[in-house]
Design a binder for this molecule. Sequence first.
Ligand code: NAI
Ligand code: MG
Length: 330
Amino acid sequence: MHKIAVIPGDGVGPEVTGAAWNVLEALEVDLDYDYAPAGEQCFQERGTTIPTETIELARKADATLFGAVTTVPGQKSAIITLRKELDLYANLRPIKSYPGIDSFYSDLNFLIVRENTEGLYSGMEYYTEEGAQAIRVITRKASRRICEFAFKQAIKFDFNLITAVHKANVLKKTDGIFKDVFYEVAQQHGHIKTEDLYVDAVAMFMVTQPQRFQVIVTTNLFGDILSDEGAGLVGGLGMVPSANIGDENALFEPVHGSAPDIASKGIANPTAMLLSSVLMLQHFGEDFEACRLEGAIRNVLKEGKVVTPDLGGQSSTREMAREVKNKIDS
Ligand code: NAI
Ligand code: MG
């Protein structure tokens, strides 16, 4: 049995998490749910965007399913707090084409592995007399664990090329270390091909020949930007899942936010959340059930009959989720 902390959040968050656990019920996997609040509504009710009990529930759970939260200005971000508290150092974003989706390419399948704890997002940003400055922190320890993680993912999902992405020609010291550590880790995995490329070149190749990529491993800011570029290649925000993984905990969430413009209309696309659930099942080693769920999602997208308005359909979140559920055993 796997214990799951569900944090529905705000806006479309509860709608898509509701859809996901409805579908997960149809699988042969024993999941036990506990709910916890976070986000804007939680702030209005309890004066905090992320109560300590929510963090502790996520810490004790085998995995957390996170919907989306609305940012409350001046308050700490629930998701960033969870990433820090649980040391979720790897941010994983599969960039995968699905049939029936209006997108630039129909044959993509690669993985972006982003370092999630340091780099330019280490929180050290200061005003100076002339303006402001931010400090870009790169440690050998964090570089090593993210590179090791990338190789493990490559082995798990049968990829045989890993591309380290950096800008070591300009950022000679910080990205010099990242690149060196990458090749040190690579020596322990001789059977996997490796290369390193500058981030600006990668931004271009992702548009012109994204099929060349299998696993990309990179630092925080570059990974943030490239993974949104990747989302744009395969159908946009309603489609892309993500995983935040540490040594002790893991959290799965759609890439999109709380989408206030469509919230409570019941038309949010549940695919990103459902594919995040696929990542969760893979994380548990429930590969067969993960395949069943992903296959059902793929069939619904391919038929294109029961899909939400953002995919050109007229169905609601619930109807689309129900269709996925029906397809699981068909
Ligand atoms: P957003 O991702 O919520 O929405 C951007 C656009 O994509 C909107 O037009 C929305 O309708 C559409 N969209 C998003 N998810 C969709 C879905 N499942 N199905 C169909 N269409 C979908 O980003 P936005 O508008 O910039 O942010 C809204 C709020 O969410 C803000 O408060 C923001 O800070 C927060 N946010 C939270 C995140 C998280 O919880 N991890 C991530 C990104 C934003
Ligand atoms: Mg981003």
